[in-house]
Write a protein that binds this ligand. Structure first.
Ligand code: PLP
Length: 366
């Protein structure tokens, strides 16, 4: 095609900022191996580009959510081993065994299934025993470990290579989390009587910020890599933002006082108002819960209130006080003037959901 129109809305990703943030985590945890978590398309930043940028020596695994993401890494030529964080579904396990991906087990049945698949292909599968120290999502209960350890050890094609858990409340409940660290330590010591545990891990971003876990030797940073610390910390001011969200104005009009804007007419102009229509909506991940909660946009050097409800592909903003606004002008939705944390707060959600909600319709520029 001779001329391709520019996108109405897009994401600018700073891969160097992600690499910088990983370095910051590495400096803070000098004796700990790292599993950068790049599930959910690297939190909306783009799975393959982020993996390629971080695919250097010194990283033990890439944390992913499922076999599909692990496969995409393999196909992209990424050398670092993918690690599937949650439980595997039975139909994923053959691919896990054949590709030597890392994964967890939470039941003896799962381990036996892995054993039969590994025996079929004459392979050894390396598994991390998941322990449920409080999250209630996966893992053996601590009280089961004494009984199951010998049963896992008896599986000839299964090698228990690690132990993992996950904090449910590291950013909300310090005493609970400290208790949990003691429990995890006990679990590791018990399992170490049976296995050589090369990897011992429990902390995601919040856990890495607030706690020492002497028994752990691997950390799983996610959000920190994308420039946001989930709690006040030594990282404040040193992490770099990694992503900007932009759109463009499609139309600028003058509406009289008393005119409704968007579905439900939840906003009625209190005065004659210049209204810009902007080419982004909830289908792109501009969360519909931002409607009516004071979301603002940055246009031509000014903050402008978003008006009314977010629609699927378009939003409206009040540009009455912004000089010289015209169709085609850029709009900052997340960027230097509007942090992602502000958007999450206005949408009454968490910044993880804002990042991962950025939709496939938005092209990513690196
Ligand atoms: C998503 C995930 C992480 C990363 O969490 P952040 O809070 O983004 O650092 C770490 N571990 C597990 C098991 C996860 O599911």
């Amino acid at each position: 095609m001779k001329h391709e129109s520019p996108p109405r809305a897009w994401v600018d990703v700073d891969l160097e900022a992600i690499a910088h943030n990983l370095d910051i985590v590495r400096q803070a945890l000098p004796d700990t191996a790292l599993m950068p978590v790049i599930k959910a398309g690297a939190y909306g930043h783009g799975l393959e580009p982020v993996a390629r940028r971080l695919d250097t020596d010194g990283i033990s695994f890439f944390g992913v959510a499922n076999a599909g993401e692990a496969r995409r890494l393999s196909r992209a030529g990424v050398r670092t081993k993918p690690f599937i964080l949650g439980p595997t579904i039975p139909d994923e396990r053959e691919e896990v065994v054949l590709n030597n991906w890392g994964c967890t087990v939470s039941t003896v049945e799962e381990a036996e299934h892995f054993q039969s698949l590994a025996a079929l292909y004459d392979k050894t599968v390396l598994l991390h025993v998941a322990v449920d120290t409080g999250m209630g999502r996966e893992g053996f209960l601590p009280a089961q470990l004494g009984e199951i350890a010998p049963r896992l050890k008896a599986l000839p094609n299964v090698m228990v290579d690690g132990v993992m858990s996950h904090f449910p409340a590291a950013d909300e409940d310090v005493p609970y989390t400290q208790q949990e660290i003691a429990l995890f330590t006990d679990c590791v010591q018990l399992l170490q009587q049976h296995f050589r545990l090369r990897y011992r891990h429990i902390a995601a971003s919040a856990g890495e910020l607030g706690y020492e876990v002497p028994v752990a030797n691997l950390a799983r940073p996610g959000l920190l890599l994308y420039g946001v610390a989930p709690m006040a910390s030594i990282y404040d001011g040193v992490l770099r933002p990694t992503l900007e969200l932009h759109s463009r104005i499609s139309l600028v009009r003058e509406l009289p006082a008393g005119h409704g804007v968007a579905y439900g007419r939840t906003f009625i102009t209190p005065r004659p108002t210049r209204v810009a229509t902007i080419g982004i909506g909830y289908a792109d991940g501009w969360n519909r819960h931002l409607s009516g909660h004071g979301a603002r946009l940055f246009i031509n050097g000014c903050y402008c209130p978003m008006l009314g409800r977010v629609t699927m592909d378009q939003i409206m903003a009040d540009v009455t006080d912004v000089p010289g606004v015209s169709p085609g002008d850029e709009v900052e939705l997340i960027g230097p003037h509007i942090p992602a944390t502000e958007v999450a707060e206005r949408a009454q959600t968490i910044v993880w959901e804002i990042f991962t909600g950025l939709g496939p319709r938005l092209p990513r520029f690196y």
